[in-house]
Design a protein around this ligand. Structure first.
Ligand SMILES: C[S@@+](CC[C@H](N)C(=O)[O-])C[C@H]1O[C@@H](n2cnc3c(N)ncnc32)[C@H](O)[C@@H]1O
Length: 247
């Protein structure tokens, strides 16, 4: 190990960074290291993050794609095995567009709509849609304002209790947009807003895949008000995805 790398690791460790060795290898300039020392997320500094099989552009204004969110794509592939299907796919709260683009990459005949109320997040989604050459339309509006009829709805809504936000890691609390995180007093506000919209927007037989926070499975299933096909866990064993169907 060179002295410079050892020095960077020490600076990052002192700043409280979780994995200083890995980050010291990824960050190659003093400007990048200085940003990481004040706990800016690595993905914002590098400008991209891997999600599913894709390289997703991301920066301030959009949530960094998380590996646990891939659970929704795994469940989609399980419940909709015909990869040639011309599915209409809707992603509510699309952020960088990671979920929508991962889904479209697996169903070449599908077309997608991504909705977000944040213009900043949608700017990242637009870059990613163009980069992937995906058949997707992006709409800036509230979850509840979109219309249409869809075979598949994906959503990773904000689900953290307002009171828990102050206790999150600095990378999240200081840098990621609060509207991507804050689910209200009990964390369930977005599900209550989404549920009637989802029931209306799904075609008969249509499927919904909703990301949830730890312990929210039973409540979100009840709020959704559809047939529940299952609650799937992520790789860490935490319940992460409610799968529903409109009968
Ligand atoms: C947890 S982030 C998920 C982003 C992305 N789908 C992902 O999985 O990385 C939630 C997203 O929902 C958007 N959002 C929050 N409330 C919304 C609302 N009422 N209507 C539309 N979008 C909303 C936020 O701007 C944010 O981009």
């Amino acid at each position: 190990m060179t002295g410079a790398i050892a020095g960077t690791i020490e600076r990052l460790r002192e700043a409280g960074v979780d994995n200083p060795r890995l980050d010291a290898r990824l960050l190659t300039t003093e400007e990048q290291i200085a940003r990481r020392v004040v706990r800016e997320p690595v993905a914002y500094i590098l400008g991209h993050k891997g999600f599913w099989t894709l390289d997703i552009a991301v920066g301030p204004g959009a949530l960094v794609p998380r590996p646990e969110t891939e659970t929704l794509i795994e469940q989609l592939l399980k419940h909709a095995p015909d990869r040639t299907a011309a599915l209409d796919i809707l992603d509510l709260g699309t952020g960088t567009g990671c979920l929508l683009l991962a889904a479209l990459s697996e169903y070449p005949n599908a077309r997608g709509v991504g909705v977000d109320s944040s213009a900043e997040a949608l700017a990242w989604a637009r870059r990613n849609v163009e980069k992937q050459g995906a058949n997707a339309r992006l709409v800036e509006c509230d979850f509840t304002e979109i219309d249409g009829a869809y075979d598949v709805i994906l959503s990773n809504p904000p689900y953290i209790r307002t009171g828990d936000i102050a206790g999150l890691a600095p990378e999240v609390r200081l840098y990621e947009p609060v509207r991507a995180l804050d689910g209200g007093a009990d964390g369930l506000d977005a599900y209550r807003a989404l549920a009637p919209a989802i029931r209306c927007l799904l075609k008969p037989g249509g499927l919904v895949f909703l990301e949830i926070g730890a312990g929210q499975g039973a409540e979100v299933s009840a709020i959704l008000g559809l047939e529940i096909l299952g609650i799937a866990s992520d790789l860490a064993g935490v319940e992460r995805c409610v799968v529903g169907r409109k009968s």
